[in-house]
Design a protein around this ligand. Structure first.
Ligand code: UD1
Ligand code: CA
Length: 459
């Protein structure tokens, strides 16, 4: 059986955070998600995650993940620390003839195809242990690969333990290893904490197996980006940038135009159809669906479905749906559970919440629509407020088809305005308005002759 062991028990001190390192997010998902996802997509049949520091938080975040076994590394006085000790807690799950891949939970860019190639190489060579390595332009803080005169890999030296000459080596340990089950068990039994950090290093397994006369090898990856380790916020940001480019490239290959891919953030999982155009400063989350012909400028879209041929400008849309041909913004906000129909207009500074808006309805400027069911071809004037809250409870309003709601009126819920009703501008409506009625609620206008002259205000 092929088994993966992902190490996620470390403290992550260099992140300077209360959040466990592997839960720090890259494009809307915790780092650990990407490593697990790559393992699941690759050919591994069993996935083990070793948790320790903040284990409850990590397990909670992944509680709905199926086919993952969490194993606990005891932390604290009396227990050693380090990647070797982390693995030692999982070896009871391993059979002698298993192939085991060990990965760090802080190496989120690793791909399933690399994992599969690496495991194939390891198995074909019948190695006891294979190390995934890379030539890094800047190898600082990584373990360095030591080779003998015949270029055979023989040891890994951690930065803290390396001498000046070893520090110059640019070939590094990715932290990803393949082991034959029996060899892993043997190596783990022979680890010690005899090093500068006083930790039980998994990397020492290499020297242990070499000394035991076992066959070891290495597999050098061409693109070192895939094995970048994230130990600090700076590395988190660099890794995010690489992942963003990679995701964006996929969408572009599939027919999406990104005007400025460097300022476009799309989470893995978003469904975006061909011929969608996305302008700079846009964020689209993993649960969103954007259909063909839609154009998005400078907007944030979360958990929403945007139908064909929609235009969205400088707006934020959360957990909502927008029908085909509708225009949204600039500066509109669709809050959760807003369903806007086809060919609608949701214009400047309009906020909609928990409402349904029928096809062809328009609210072009400065309106608040909360808890309302609005029919088709309704016109909502500038400054209209659906007064849905009395300080304690929320109430709904219903507006029928073809109704006209004059500018600057307040509709105080619960309220019904029937189809083809008219509300005069500036009215505060509290009672039902029936089909075809005009409802007017404001003081009568008085014009006083000569008043300005009498007051001495005339210029
Ligand atoms: C490790 C490697 C280094 C390699 C680098 C690649 C060792 C000793 N060093 O260094 O050779 O170049 O990764 O990124 O293995 N962890 C536990 N339990 C622990 C300690 C750590 O589960 O007791 C986990 C961490 O959560 C992390 C991973 O192991 O996901 C690596 O630990 P980290 O401290 O980041 O190791 P590096 O110093 O990066
Ligand atoms: Ca690391």
């Amino acid at each position: 059986m092929k088994v993966s062991i992902i190490l996620a028990a470390g403290e992550g001190t260099r992140m300077k955070s209360k959040v466990p390192k592997v839960l720090h997010e890259i494009l809307g998902r915790p780092m650990l998600f990407y490593v697990l996802n790559a393992c699941k997509k690759a050919s591994t049949e069993k996935n083990i995650v070793v948790v320790g520091h903040n284990k409850e938080k990590v397990k909670e975040k992944f509680h709905d993940e199926t086919d993952v076994d969490f194993i606990e590394q005891p932390i604290g006085e009396g227990f050693p620390y380090g990647t070797g000790f982390a693995v030692s807690n999982a070896v009871s799950e391993i059979n002698d003839d298993d192939t085991v891949i060990i990965l760090n939970g802080d190496t989120p860019l690793i791909s399933d195809s690399t994992i599969d190639c690496f495991l194939k190489y390891h198995e074909c060579r019948e190695n006891a242990m294979t190390v995934l390595t890379a030539d890094m332009p800047d190898p600082t803080n990584y373990g360095r690969i030591i080779r003998d005169g015949d270029a055979n890999i023989k040891a890994i030296v951690e930065e803290k333990d390396a001498n000046e000459k070893e520090k110059l080596i640019r070939e590094i340990n990715s932290g990803i290893f393949a082991f034959k089950g029996s060899a892993l068990k043997y190596a783990i039994d022979n680890l010690n904490t005899d090093n500068a950090a006083g930790e039980m290093y998994l990397t020492d397994a290499l020297e242990i197996l070499v000394s035991a006369g076992e066959k070891v090898g290495s597999f050098k990856i061409k693109d070192p980006h895939e094995i970048l380790g994230v130990n600090s916020r700076y590395e988190l940001s660099n890794t995010s940038e690489i992942l963003r480019d990679k995701i964006n490239k996929e969408y572009m290959i599939n027919g999406v135009t990104l005007i400025d891919q460097k300022s476009t953030y799309i989470e893995l999982g978003a469904k975006i159809e061909e011929d969608v155009t996305i302008y700079p400063n846009t964020y689209i989350d993993k649960k969103s669906v954007i259909k063909t012909g839609t154009v998005i400028y400078d907007s944030k879209i979360y958990n929403s479905t945007i139908d064909e041929g929609v235009t969205i400008k400088s707006s934020e849309i959360e957990s909502s749906t927008v029908g085909s041909g509708t225009t949204v913004g600039p500066y509109a906000h669709l809050r959760p559970n807003s369903n806007v129909g086809k060919n609608c207009k949701v214009g400047n500074f309009v906020e909609i919440k928990n409402s349904n808006v029928g096809d062809g309805s328009k609210m072009s400027h400065l309106a608040y629509v909360g808890d309302a069911d609005i029919g088709c071809d309704v016109n909502i004037g500038c400054g209209v407020v659906f007064v849905n809250y009395n300080g304690r409870e929320k109430f709904r309003s219903v507006v029928g088809d073809h109704a006209f709601i004059g500018s600057n009126s307040n509709l105080v819920a619960p309220l019904e305005v029937e189809e083809n009703a008219y509300i005069a501008a500036g009215s505060t409506i509290t009672k039902k308005v029936s089909k075809g009625q005009l409802s007017l609620e404001r003081a009568e206008q008085k014009n006083i002759d000569g008043w300005v002259l009498r007051k001495g205000f005339m210029k």
